[in-house]
Design a protein around this ligand. Structure first.
Ligand code: GTP
Length: 201
């Protein structure tokens, strides 16, 4: 059976979360899209370069401040938190750092994968957050970083592929750790058996 991973997009209202998901899911961009008033998800299978694949449930959440406590329910058990900001809106970047990242930090799961996404990259000339600023921040918190334009369909496929690869990498590391632990446990039990034998003789 295929594992399915929960990936949740969070961030301020209007940064483009719904448009990123719509573009990824059905290749469409609606400039007159309505504000989200409820969370919804789509299931996507992502093929990796090595021929493996990963299935993600990609959740869109409500960015409006009044719904923040409800939004929290959706990212609480996520495998990946994708924090989106709008490059033309400095405040959305500040909130990404000072609110959304902090809320993820407060979760019990310290193993959660974080991605920082600079959306509306097509509005390059109206930029209020420089590329370097976004990239440096992502690096400082060891997050995946991506530039996207939901309008032009730029960077979205790459973003989800990078997320899928990170999920796979973490999964492989975990199974290696489990194997090492199993080998160590076997060694310990062999040593214990040997010691018991020596005592008996
Ligand atoms: P909430 O539902 O309130 O949480 O907002 P959201 O983050 O889901 O934003 P949404 O996808 O509804 O997009 C908000 C507005 O930004 C819409 O008018 C979109 O058409 C526009 N928009 C989204 N992504 C882009 C983009 O990459 N480029 C441009 N130029 N506009 C975008």
């Amino acid at each position: 059976m295929l594992d399915t991973y929960k990936v949740v997009l969070i961030g301020e209202s209007g940064v483009g979360k719904t448009c990123i998901i719509n573009q990824f899911n059905d290749g469409k961009f609606d400039p007159n899209i309505k504000i989200s008033i409820s969370a919804q998800f789509c299931r996507k299978k992502i093929d990796l370069p090595n021929g493996e694949s990963i299935t993600m449930d990609i959740w869109d959440t409500v960015g409006q401040e009044t719904f923040r406590s409800i939004t929290q329910i959706f990212y609480t058990h996520a495998k990946v938190a994708v924090i989106v900001y709008d490059v033309t809106n400095k405040k959305s970047f500040e909130e990404a750092k000072n609110y959304w990242y902090k809320k993820i930090q407060e979760l019990d799961d310290k193993d959660i994968i974080i991605a920082i996404v600079a959306n509306k990259y097509d509005l390059y000339e109206k930029r209020q957050v420089s590329n370097e600023e976004g990239e440096a921040y992502a690096k400082s918190i060891k997050a995946i970083f991506g530039f996207t334009s939901a309008k032009n369909n730029t960077g979205i496929k790459t973003l989800f592929e990078n997320i899928a690869m990170k999920i796979k990498q973490k999964k492989n590391n975990k199974s290696n750790e489990t194997n090492i632990n199993n080998i160590n446990n076997e060694k310990i039990s062999l040593i214990n058996k040997k010691n018991n034998k020596i005592k008996c003789c």
